[in-house]
Design a protein around this ligand. Structure first.
Ligand SMILES: CCCCCCCCCC/C=C/CC(=O)SCCNC(=O)CCNC(=O)[C@H](O)C(C)(C)COP(=O)(O)OP(=O)(O)OC[C@H]1O[C@@H](n2cnc3c(N)ncnc32)[C@H](O)[C@@H]1OP(=O)(O)O
Length: 398
């Protein structure tokens, strides 16, 4: 039987090899290490050794948080659950290692091995971006589908694809990660996401599903799950207040991520729509946890399972939006407010933000991992591939 996944794979191959006569490049996939091509769903001992070797070749220090994650997963994968006595409180390094390992609880060795290999893969892929976005220097603008500016202690990341309602391409995901990385280190107090034109963002660009690598849809789904997890992790771990300036309708992942923002200011033209049901998808961006927490389980179910679209006022009543402004004065009022916030003592702002986020961080990472695992399966389902084919064929893209 031919599945829709095979149909879409076939179509994608036609496009890829079509007009140009050679395969179009998918840089983030090409940067992936060889072991991603393994066919087994479980990582083998050999995969683990390869991953360990790969870590040794990294030129850039991945930072303490990642190193702790890797340490913990490696210990769990090779020795099982931590049964060492807890180090002294003042023995900071060993205590941090012990904490990280113990936090894995009774995670099976095989899962830890798999997670280790996946983490190394995703970090290796991200460390070799095809064309790095320009970090935002003061007042500088990087053109293209994503514009990053930094002014008056506010770094602003703007979706800039108005003709496509600001749908997010694979490159935009990567550039957003780079922009967040840069913003976490620059002198800004606030980081803002907003959209150019009529829409805030129409979510994932549905053509992202069509450039199938040689390993087929399974490899694509697996790679996307790793990259999506890493993308959402960047929002979970971002150290400064994140503000969404929602200038118009928001769809899909641009809505779900809002649960990880500190402030969401919306124009009264904005709407909030997560059409996962019709698309054969399941929630991402930690919304399966943040939405029920903020609006209660049944309102969250209406949005995330049944795809009910909320107006800005409704979203505000549910706690997803902080405040709604008339569209005519939206930009002026919001930016005046944000500029006033940047005058607050930056270290206090950062500390308050950290103590608010730290309590839920581990939980958010676990939710993110679970959501990406579920989506990996969904992307391969006939329900999802049919929905994508429907969208693309209605717009004459097939
Ligand atoms: C680090 C790398 C990570 C990689 C990870 C990849 C995988 C991540 C997946 C994350 C999961 C996310 C879930 C979602 O976001 S689900 C939501 C997906 N979005 C949608 O379903 C919206 C689809 N679009 C629409 O329904 C409509 O276009 C609209 C937004 C309601 C607007 O309708 P309207 O009639 O006003 O306008 P048009 O339809 O004519 O649109 C104008 C042009 O824009 C194109 N368009 C719009 N949205 C998208 C989209 N999401 N993807 C691709 N293209 C889009 C549309 O085709 C028109 O183009 P055209 O002019 O060339 O025809």
């Amino acid at each position: 039987m031919t599945t829709m996944a095979q149909v879409i794979c076939g179509l994608a191959r036609r496009w890829c090899f079509g007009a140009l006569g050679s395969p179009l490049q998918v840089p983030c996939l090409q940067a992936l290490p060889l072991h991603l091509g393994r066919t087994a769903t479980r990582a083998s001992q050999r995969d683990l050794e390869n991953a360990v070797h790969q870590v040794k070749l990294w030129k850039k220090d991945p930072g303490n948080e990642v190193k702790l994650k890797l340490y913990a997963l490696y210990k769990q994968a090779t020795e099982g659950p931590c049964n060492l006595p807890k180090p002294d409180m003042m023995d900071l390094v060993n205590k941090a290692k012990w904490d990280a390992w113990s936090a894995l609880g009774s995670l099976p060795k095989e899962t830890a091995r798999e997670n280790y290999v996946d983490l190394v893969s995703s970090l290796s892929a991200a460390s070799e971006p095809p064309s790095p976005a320009k970090p935002a220097a003061d007042g500088e603008q990087a053109g293209g589908d994503l514009v990053v500016t930094s002014e008056n202690h506010i770094t602003t990341i703007t979706f800039n694809r108005p003709a496509k309602k600001n749908a997010i391409t694979t490159k935009m995901y990567q550039d957003i990660m780079l922009a967040l990385q840069a913003a976490s280190k620059d002198d800004s107090v606030l980081t803002v996401l907003t959209g150019n034109g009529e829409y805030y963002c129409s979510g994932n660009d549905l053509t992202n599903f069509t450039d199938i690598p040689p390993g087929g849809p399974e490899e694509k789904a697996r790679t996307n799950a790793i990259l999506l997890r890493e993308f959402v992790d960047c929002f979970i771990d971002f150290p400064k207040p994140l503000v969404a300036v929602v200038n118009g309708p928001a769809v899909g992942i641009s809505v779900t991520l809002l649960g990880l923002f500190d402030l969401v200011y919306a124009s009264d033209r904005a709407t909030f729509h997560t059409p996962f049901g019709p698309l054969g998808l399941s929630p991402e961006g930690c919304s399966s946890y943040t939405f029920p927490k903020m609006m209660g389980p049944s309102k969250a179910a209406e949005m995330l399972i049944f795809g009910r679209k909320l107006t800005a006022q409704e979203a505000c009543a549910q706690g997803l939006v902080t405040e709604v402004f008339p569209d005519s004065t939206f930009q002026k009022e919001v930016w005046t407010r944000l500029r006033a916030y940047t005058k607050l003592p930056p270290n206090a702002v950062r500390t308050s933000r950290e103590v608010m986020r730290s309590k839920g961080r581990e939980r958010l990472h676990a939710v993110n991992a679970e959501e990406c695992g579920a989506l990996q399966q969904r992307w391969l389902s006939e329900e999802c591939t049919s929905a994508v084919v429907r969208f693309l064929s209605r717009r004459g893209k097939l």
